[in-house]
Design a protein around this ligand. Structure first.
Ligand code: FES
Length: 121
C-alpha cells in the first residue's frame, strides 16, 4: 500500500505573476512531517504536469489509479489533501476524496510525466 501526492509548482501553478494563487509548499511539508505521512504517502513537488489551464493542479496517485485535482485556490483545499493522505493510511487504501475536493476533480487521458522539483522524504 503506497500512494503519492504530486503538487504542481510549475510555470503556472502557484505563479503569482500570472495571477494564480500560491501553492503552500511549506505548509504541505510541515503537515506531512507532523502527521508522519511520508512512509506511506510520498509528497512530490513537481514541475508542470501538463494541464496548466486547471491551475493549481495536484495529483493523487495510488494503486487504484490517478485522481487529478485542479483549480485549487484555498488553503482548505490543501488541508483536504492532507486529510486524504491521513485517511489513506488509516483506512488502508480506502480513502474517500474529501467533499471539498470533489468539484475540483477532472479527467485527463494523456500520460503524465512528473518532473520532480523536490521529493519530500
Ligand atoms: S504548471 Fe501546473 S500544470 Fe502546468
Amino acid at each position: 500500500m503506497s500512494a503519492r501526492v504530486v503538487v504542481c509548482s510549475g510555470c503556472c501553478c502557484g505563479n503569482l505573476d500570472k495571477g494564480h494563487n500560491k501553492v503552500p509548499i511549506d505548509f504541505l511539508k510541515a503537515a506531512w512531517e507532523e502527521n508522519g505521512l511520508e512512509e506511506s504517502v510520498k509528497l512530490t513537488i513537481s514541475g508542470c504536469l501538463g494541464p496548466c489551464s486547471m491551475h493549481n493542479v495536484s495529483l493523487l496517485k495510488t494503486d487504484e489509479g490517478l485522481t487529478w485535482l485542479g483549480e485549487l485556490s484555498h488553503e482548505e483545499h490543501y488541508d483536504a489533501i492532507v486529510s486524504w493522505a491521513r485517511d489513506f493510511i488509516q483506512f488502508d487504501n480506502k480513502a474517500k476524496l474529501p467533499d471539498s475536493l470533489v468539484p475540483h476533480q477532472f479527467v485527463r487521458f494523456e500520460e503524465v510525466v512528473i518532473t520532480e522539483h523536490e521529493s519530500y522524504m
